[in-house]
Ligand binder design. Structure first.
Ligand SMILES: Cc1cc2nc3c(=O)[nH]c(=O)nc-3n(C[C@H](O)[C@H](O)[C@H](O)COP(=O)(O)OP(=O)(O)OC[C@H]3O[C@@H](n4cnc5c(N)ncnc54)[C@H](O)[C@@H]3O)c2cc1C
Length: 379
């Protein structure tokens, strides 16, 4: 098979990059190992206000707006409640949202190969294993959109994520919400070492999850989730059935990687480490970085200039992560419930609350240097 660009991975980053390139007239093949894009979902799907403002996501696949954030210390005593006067978050109905993005990609001319895994490269091209057997693809460029443990990054000789959290959550449909829709987080390293446990309840779905450094869960990720589920706040009146949708996966939190492009291709989304190291939010970064990637690839394909991909420089963009990397290191140091309780004493002060509001309701997004194009987009 031939293509101008082979995109490996049809998460939000791969779908968006592929669509933008196809809309500019390039021949794009998008391969994903999953046989359906609305299954095996690996994200809660919380979109922040900045994304909702800048990208026209389909409203029918977004839950009700959330304006309330509730932060709990270990023991769940005296939570800090932060209310915004703006709509801050909406949770995507991710199965239909991925399916809609795939339809948009196909309508733009992207050839989508599902059930098709990238297995390596040789001199003659990129090797895929599909439902009908092996395929060799010759493409001018390959885009690694294959997630946090990117195989394409390895095959391109680019940087790879080394600092990862693992997260798991359960999702249930709920009949409504008692009070305003809320996003509750618990800072307790015995449940979520180095990160947070969360309940997002927007009145349509409740997501109950934990994430942290894999080697620091006292009794493993699954048991931590089971413990949290038994006492999770923000679920008043919600009965969690035994049969729930389970999601989970790795989350890179080491910041954007430095070398994310080489002569034969580049990385987007989690593969590039494009996740906020502090909040672990990756949906906004993956959309923004995909726009930058599509611009650079379009330029490279049109001009044929060998150095065009040099403009896709993770080291330069990484500078905007400095503050968040420092805060990540701080969060990673909260190793005991006593330390988390002490951190809450700071959070309860006016400067502490103001700092939390800036992080949770702020206008910053990632990477600040990458501006979205004002055109309608992939999803
Ligand atoms: C539990 C959890 C909750 C999260 N919640 C949020 C949230 O609420 N908000 C937020 O902003 N961020 C969240 N994140 C982070 C966010 O989901 C990711 O940053 C984002 O989805 C990354 O998109 P992506 O397209 O780069 O990667 P992915 O969505 O991981 O897509 C990668 C794709 O590549 C495919 N693939 C992998 N290897 C191969 C191969 N060899 N061949 C072919 N295909 C391959 C996979 O099947 C997959 O479809 C969460 C992450 C986790 C783990």
């Amino acid at each position: 098979m031939n293509a101008d660009v082979l995109v490996v991975g049809a998460g939000l980053a791969g779908l968006h990059t592929a669509t933008l390139l196809a809309r500019r007239g390039h021949d794009v093949l998008l391969a994903d190992r999953r046989s359906r894009l609305d299954g095996a979902i690996r994200t809660t799907g919380i979109f922040v206000r900045k994304t909702l403002d800048d990208f026209p996501l389909p409203a029918e696949h977004l839950g009700p707006p959330i304006r309330r954030m509730v932060l709990y210390p270990p023991g769940l005593d005296r939570p800090v409640v932060l209310d915004s006067d703006r709509d801050e978050y909406r949770v995507g109905d991710m199965g239909p949202l991925y399916a809609a993005a795939a339809r948009t990609a196909a309508a733009a001319g992207v050839r989508i190969a599902l059930g098709t895994r990238h297995v390596g490269r040789d001199d003659g091209g990129w090797l895929l294993a599909g439902p009908d057997g092996p395929v060799r693809v010759r493409a001018r460029f390959v885009v690694g959109a294959d997630g946090a443990r990117s195989r394409v990054a390895r095959d391109l000789g680019l940087d790879r994520n080394t600092e990862l959290l693992v997260g798991a959550e359960e999702v249930v449909a709920v009949p409504g919400v008692d009070g305003p829709p809320a996003f509750s987080c618990v800072l307790d390293p015995s449940l979520a070492p180095g990160y947070l446990a969360w309940v997002v309840n927007d009145g349509r779905h409740a997501h109950v999850g934990v994430a942290g450094y894999a080697d620091r869960f006292p009794d493993g990720l699954r048991r931590a989730l089971a413990r949290f589920r038994a006492s999770a706040p923000g679920l008043a009146g919600v009965a969690l059935p035994d049969e729930v949708e389970r999601r989970g996966g790795p989350i890179p939190v080491g910041g954007l990687l430095r070398r994310i492009a080489g002569p034969d291709g580049l990385l987007v989304g989690d593969a590039a480490g494009a996740v906020s190291p502090l909040t672990a939010g990756g949906l906004d970064p993956c959309l923004r970085l995909s726009e930058h990637a599509a611009d650079v690839l379009d330029d490279a394909l049109r001009t044929g200039r060998a150095d065009a991909l040099a403009a896709y420089d993770g080291a330069a963009l990484r500078a905007s992560f400095r503050g968040r990397l420092a805060l990540r290191r701080g969060l990673a140091q909260v190793r005991t419930p006593a330390m988390a309780t002490a951190a809450f004493a700071l959070l309860r002060t006016p400067p502490g609350r103001a700092a939390a509001r800036r992080i949770l309701f702020g206008d910053r997004s990632f990477p600040d240097a990458v501006r979205p194009v004002p055109a309608p987009l992939a999803v």
